[in-house]
Design a protein around this ligand. Structure first.
Ligand code: HEM
Ligand SMILES: *[C@@H]1O[C@H](CO)[C@@H](O)[C@H](O)[C@H]1NC(C)=O
Ligand SMILES: *[C@@H]1O[C@H](CO)[C@@H](O)[C@H](O)[C@H]1NC(C)=O
Ligand SMILES: *[C@@H]1O[C@H](CO)[C@@H](O)[C@H](O)[C@H]1NC(C)=O
Ligand SMILES: *[C@@H]1O[C@H](CO)[C@@H](O)[C@H](O)[C@H]1NC(C)=O
Length: 512
């Protein structure tokens, strides 16, 4: 509570934002549960991930760096990364704009700010809720302003073939522009299973009534036990996200610092002209990416590679191939630092697991793939020293959560997926065409990227799309071998959304 007072005072001093934060609405139906004290925070910092700043740390940024972001007005999921145990995506269509606006106005106290997610656990609600709108959603509400992002305006379905997707694998709720918005509900509460999420979903249903219709729902969750923080292929995730000026209070070794405007619309570094009410919003690229896990496991076994000494078992060779496809071992340890064997201590250490840039003394950046293939997932999506400058505008914050069950024994023994699992992928950036879309099209899907290499890098083997799907450099003994990698990640839907600031919801979105 002490921190809250400092923080509220800090903001009233600066006279920015809404002034009061963390005060539950006494009329809110959620108030009953919000009063239950939490002992753990909503967000979980998984092994290997950057810690979250505290409110006090962020206020101190003002003293040291002269500025900090109005985090009481910025929706909570944007800046924090992949730290959810449970996350539900509730996609909706607006039937009745007028009653939707009235309901949303009453619901605003439940929309969770970044400040709330950084506050002490005991003052956090049971779950966070964020809201985002598609372009057709804003239009349905009578907001016809051009937000200055053409991909957002046309929606992801219209962009799907440009991204390399096959429309035949898109699920019907996402095909078209019928989704007007999405509620994100996130919490750490795993037992009793889903009870907090169900509580918030029923709160949405009772608050919004027939003004909206549920179009689709994805219940995502961190994997169980030791796999928590790992995506379904088994690799630790959420390790490398950029530090954001005005928010991140420490910069980890090897971490890129981006201006706040790379992520937040209207901030320094945002390259587009937009209506002033979009300040402190962001664009969210949502992708439902199905993962063929038993197929990936079988293929890496069938194509197991050898180290230069020839000492690996088939299983070790499969793990080695998988690590080279990602550029990290399953523990998160980067192959650029530990090329031949996994190093779980390194993987779990945020002080060192990003401290590399693919350049080495006595190694040629344009030809040497012995440590990390040019086509590896993390090299294609963040080329570090492969590019002459830091390309900060092409960074984005990844914040997705895995969905679907663990692989069953019958799926494993048949090498065939029978259940839907994958990544409810989320990336936040101020310009879709510079962040997610650039990483997907210009980098992952482009065989000649990174440029100026002595050999063609090939397509990124995990999420790269194109035909043929040939990734080079995976075999360290003979990097000229081209691997035609089956598609283990199938895009099955998605949408581009705008995530407004909380004051934009009250002042613009719900205004008539
Ligand atoms: C199911 C699909 C995907 C899986 C399983 C996956 C998995 C991973 C893993 C394991 C890492 C390494 C951990 C880390 O550095 O945080 C990673 C990093 C990353 N991924 Fe993905 N990813 C997927 C889709 C995508 C897509 C579609 C994009 C963008 C088009 C993307 C962009 C990135 C970026 C930018 C990084 C950080 C690279 C760095 O800074 O070193 N990922 N991903
Ligand atoms: C921010 O720093 C300025 C100058 O250093 C100071 O006058 C101001 O009170 C500080 N604001 C907060 C909220 O700490
Ligand atoms: C603070 O400012 C310095 C100098 O501009 C910069 O190098 C540093 O990265 C900033 N730190 C944060 C956490 O933004
Ligand atoms: C690079 O090569 C030079 C000359 O062969 C050698 O003296 C030096 O120790 C090497 N450096 C590294 C980091 O291997
Ligand atoms: C599954 O893949 C493994 C590895 O390639 C192979 O040994 C096994 O025979 C396959 N099983 C089936 C049922 O196809």
């Amino acid at each position: 509570m002490h921190l809250f007072n400092i923080f509220t005072a800090a903001f009233s001093l600066l006279n920015i934002g809404r002034g009061v934060l963390g005060v539950p609405n006494p009329n809110s139906e959620h108030n009953l549960v919000e009063r239950q004290a939490r002992t753990t925070p909503i967000l979980t910092v998984f092994p290997g991930q950057a810690a979250l700043p505290t409110l006090a740390d962020i206020i101190n940024l003002n003293a040291t760096n002269g500025t900090f972001l109005p985090i009481q007005n910025i929706q909570g999921d944007i800046l924090v990364g992949m730290k959810k145990q449970l996350e539900t995506f509730y996609f909706f269509h607006i039937n009745d704009p007028a009653s939707f606006k009235t309901a949303l106005n009453s619901y605003v106290p439940t929309i969770t700010s970044t400040a709330t997610l950084l506050s002490p656990a005991s003052s956090q609600p049971l779950a966070f809720v964020n809201i985002a709108f598609s372009s057709t959603g804003l239009q349905a509400l009578g907001i016809t302003d051009d937000l200055g992002d053409s991909q957002f305006s046309s929606g992801m379905y219209a962009d799907a073939t440009n991204l390399g997707d096959s429309l035949s694998t898109w699920e019907s709720p996402f095909a078209g522009t019928n989704i007007h918005g999405v509620f994100l509900i996130g919490t750490d509460q795993l037992a009793p299973q889903d009870s907090y999420v169900s509580f918030y979903v029923s709160g949405i249903v009772s608050t919004f009534g027939s003004s909206i219709t549920e179009v689709d729902r994805i219940d995502a969750s961190a994997r169980p036990g030791d796999e928590a923080g790992h995506e379904h292929f088994g690799f630790l995730d959420g390790i490398s996200n950029p530090a954001v000026a005005g928010f991140s209070t420490t910069v980890l070794p090897g971490q890129t610092v981006v201006p706040s405007g790379t992520i937040l619309t209207g901030r320094l570094g945002d390259v587009a002209l937009r209506p002033s009410w979009t300040l402190d919003g962001t664009f969210m690229a949502f992708r439902k990416l199905q993962q063929k896990v038993p197929e990936f496991d079988a293929w890496t076994l069938e194509n197991a590679i050898q180290n230069p000494e020839g000492t690996l078992t088939v299983q070790q060779g499969a793990d080695y191939l998988g690590a080279r496809m990602f550029g990290r071992w399953k523990s998160g340890a980067p192959t650029d630092i530990t090329p031949l064997v996994d190093d779980p201590t390194l993987g779990a250490d945020p002080q060192s697991n990003n401290n590399f840039d693919f350049a080495h003394a006595n190694s040629s950046l344009i030809s040497d793939q012995s440590r990390c293939p040019f086509s590896a997932h993390i090299r294609k999506t963040n080329p570090r020293a492969d590019l002459a400058d830091a390309n900060t505008i092409n960074h984005a914050i990844r914040a997705g959560t895995p969905y679907g069950p663990e692989v069953s024994s019958s799926e494993a023994s048949s090498n065939t997926s029978t259940q839907d699992r994958g990544m409810a992928f989320v990336e936040y950036q101020s310009t879709i065409g510079n962040g997610f879309r650039f990483q997907q099209i210009n980098w992952a899907n482009t065989a000649n990227f990174p440029p100026l290499k002595t050999v063609t890098p090939g397509i990124e083997p995990i999420v790269g799309q194109g035909s043929p799907r040939t990734a080079d450099g995976l075999n360290p003994v003979d990097p000229s071998v081209g691997y035609t990698v089956p598609q283990f990640v199938i895009p099955t839907g998605g949408e581009y959304f705008f995530v407004p600031s909380i004051s934009a919801i009250t002042d613009v979105i719900t205004a008539s």
